[in-house]
Design a protein around this ligand. Sequence first.
Ligand code: FAD
Length: 315
Amino acid sequence: MILIVAEHTAGKLAKATLEMVTAARESGREGPITLLVLGQNVASVATEAAAVADQVLVADLPGLATYNAEVWAAATTQIAQEGEAHTVIIGGSRSGREYAPRVAVKLDAAYLEDATRLSSNGAALQAQRYTYLARVTETVEADGTVVVTVKPGSFAPAAPTGAAGEQYDVELSLPAARVEVTGKSVEKSSRVALTEADVIVTGGRGVGSPENFSRYVEALADNLGAGVGATRAVVDAGWRPYAEQVGQTGKTVQPKAYIALGVSGAVQHLSGMGKSKNIIAINKDAEAPIFKVADYGIVGDINEIVPALIEASRK
Ligand code: FAD
């Protein structure tokens, strides 16, 4: 079977999980697509998971109330061994990349990190991934049991199959965690996370200044209920945090609408957002490469066009 460890927050399945299901479907590997839901009070997550998977294994236990690498690795390994999983797919989040190598070691399996594409080459699982500061895309493959992490935003979210997968409760013997999370401070933001957003407004250097970024990009995003993205030029200039960077060395996103304000469309930026469903670009240079991928483009000055858009979107 193909075992996917579901990512979820606040009782909802994360978009990253739907992306992993697509990765599994595209991998060409055989066997039922099985979602493993680890956590406490995760019944609603399991129901959502059943809509996209062949089967769902649910471990609803107090010991899984908060993420811990040792515990997650032990739980995933146990289920993978019992189900004789030949492919284990884990999200390429910080935590996923923390415990996935442990699972690979415990299973004596090959480990492929940060896959942006999956396919089969005979019995081998083939993956594409960026390397050398994202200057190179390489293809790697591994035989036998493989543990793979998937780069968020690289696959389209899977649509429901139309038939609900079976749900099974599973028993686990969990190890005592040696590392304990002793504090957590959550950044308060009413804005939707980039990797979850259906609409993203991204600002580039053409926005002009950090003040204009707030005035134009953030204001438009807030009116549209959108996530906020930035180019590397803007992040390197210190206008915006790295967490907002979209592109080869930032986040990969695939929203329904991607609105690029003052973004030239460098290849490293396009590789992070080029699969967006609708790309809308505003740039004063008609020759800017962003227009080659844009579905809708406005050649003009942001200072004139965006205030009108903000006004219109307020209504
Ligand atoms: P610019 O290229 O300077 O473009 C600004 C645009 O704004 C121009 O097209 C201009 O016509 C327009 N403009 C200016 N004023 C106005 C106005 N008043 N109204 C309308 N339009 C206006 N970049 C990323 O974004 N993400 C990455 O992850 C990333 N990774 C990289 C990795 C490597 C290894 C390398 C070498 C580069 C990477 N880059 C990345 C950088 C990338 O090559 C570009 O330098 C960067 O994307 C450019 O950002 P920009 O479009 O904001 O700025």
